[in-house]
Design a protein. Structure first.
Length: 122
């Protein structure tokens, strides 16, 4: 039995679906995160796949916030990201993702500076 596994119409549909998915990815989406507890606050995360950047902005309150504004930009798919925070615990942070899934190394400067590795278990 000789069957054709694809045809021109199905190939065209596949190309159209991939194009639509790429268009949806290229548009900017935003989400708002609200934190509760002693270090509560809110932040807005904007994902802009078009230019490969993820930007976070927000204000944090509480003993470790002090109305700390922060922004973060990370190139999508990049091995590192950086953020700048102000307030009593203001710091610059650089995050490097390890080749080991779920493991990241953080280097921070400022009053709470240091280097640490966080392993995420999922």
């Amino acid at each position: 039995m000789n069957r054709k596994l694809w045809s021109l119409p199905t190939l065209g549909t596949s190309v159209a679906l991939v194009g639509a998915m790429a268009l949806m990815t290229a548009t900017a989406t935003a989400e708002t995160v609200t934190r509760t507890g002693p270090n509560g606050g809110s932040s807005t995360v904007s994902r802009q796949a078009a230019d490969g950047q993820i930007t976070s902005e927000g204000n944090r309150t509480g003993p470790n916030g002090g109305s700390a504004a922060f922004t973060r930009e990370r190139e999508i798919g990049s091995a590192s990201s950086s953020s700048t925070r102000t307030g009593p615990n203001g710091q610059n942070a650089t995050v490097n993702r390890s080749a080991i899934p779920g493991q990241r190394t953080y280097s921070r400067t400022g009053p709470n500076g240091g280097t640490f590795t966080r392993v995420r278990n999922r």
